[in-house]
Ligand binder design. Sequence first.
Ligand code: HEM
Length: 537
Amino acid sequence: MALLERILKARPSPAAGRSGLLGARDAGQPRPAGSGLPARARAEDKGARRPGASQAGGRAGAPRSLAAMPGPRTLANLVEFFGKDGFGRIHEIQQKHTRDYGKIFKSHFGPQFVVSVADRDLVAQVLRAEGASPQRANMGSWREYRDLRGRAAGLISAEGEQWLKMRSVLRQRILKPKDVAIFAGEINQVIADLIKRIYFLKSQAEDGETVTNINDLFFKYSMEGVATILYESRLGCLENSVSQSTVDYIEALALMFCSFKTSMYAGAIPRWLRPLIPKPWQQFCRSWDGLFKFSQIHVDNKLRDIRCRMERGQRVRGGLLTCLFLSQELTLEEIYANVTEMLLAGVDTTSFTLSWAVHLLARHPDVQQALYREIVRNLGKRHVPTAADVPKVPLVRALLKETLRLFPVLPGNGRVTQEDLVVGGYLIPRGTQLALCHYATSYEDANFPRAKEFRPERWLRQGNLRRVDNFGSIPFGYGARSCIGRRIAELEIHLLVIQLLQHFEIKTSPWTKTVHAKTHGLLMPGEPIHVRFVNRK
Ligand code: HEM
């Protein structure tokens, strides 16, 4: 009890929350001298180098200035993004600009200035050179909301020492495959519910086989799966009727993605315009209110449950959330913020990837058959897999890598340089926003022969000796700031693919039109995907 009271007291006041956050700084705005993070980046490593150091890669000679860097004109860019809905085609624009301007180019988005890097080796140089607490992007609007409401920042929106502290707590618990292996039992229960749901949906279908808009189903699966780990409780997303609080959460999430264009690109809409155009910012805040409220309800439920058990003198054991409570390494407000941001980061990413993977399997029956044979040979037709079984089916892992190469949920990623760097022969001043163009590098034949083709076998180790590493496709990012939920997502996807194929042969549906990728914050299917799940004999 005393412990729980201490935890509750550790919740910072709104004022403390505000001062605890690092100051928001939009990309493109220079950092005041001396206000930056410790300059720890080892820029000279692998070719991205500090000015003045001898050049280890790229062109020899004095670096060129940004003025000499090619790129689209500001007006053309604005027309492309705001006039021709470029936000929905960010992935294609990456490729087009790479063709037009080369592998490193500059762009302006309103007040924001971005240098795009669309070359595998330059991406590797930038990421290998980064320091202990890399800064991803312009999170000004996220932090502004948190300051406004006296909320803490979670891993996505925090920076500097605060981020380092939280990252070091969470990385000990979920960053390695062996850490998340313990969640396989819970995930398998969610999978059992999903398979039951597929049988139910099939029974409702005219042809007895088709499940329409599979992303709906995978959204519910991903939400249930990740919530099971984050809240240590079930939400019931895969039941016929879903609770009102979960429906409210889904609406808040939808609102978040509706306001994506204005939130992630808030820097492109000056703050002074808000009184004239108030709706986007209001929507953004309303959506975050909904997301935080939902997490707080579930976190508080767990806290009450732990308190009851402690009061009864029972031993308290549990998963991630229980450990976070008991260890007291994070304040309660930091726990709210982190589970809120992790749920946000872990649902659509996983469900879009699953939708693409199933779509690809339906369209490539030969690959599907090879996978099924490997599963039956190495695991059996009905064996419920554990985390330890996943390495026995390397094609399943290769399927995920190839799906994410063709459809990287985050088609591009960002970094704000923490020191002056020379990249590709250009001097990039400290504080510059870099856009790493993963979609463009994923489709380069030089990085992946016959890059447009779906060939999961390209990811198989040869003779189990060589790891296939390729900075052309790093869908979970790289290094200190890479995806903290990677192992959770992989486990959810690997275990589900195995069991889907054990139960069903997945076939295309004539109702599915050509499915294009579109960017809506994340890279997602632009049209609904319907598939037939044919029972295995
Ligand atoms: C297929 C699924 C997923 C993909 C492709 C994905 C991809 C990514 C990428 C590219 C980043 C940025 C990494 C970087 O900047 O280097 C990221 C960050 C992050 N992801 Fe994921 N993610 C997925 C699933 C998840 C899940 C399931 C969770 C949570 C359970 C999660 C939580 C996070 C968080 C909290 C961050 C921010 C990490 C930090 O800044 O320290 N992600 N993710």
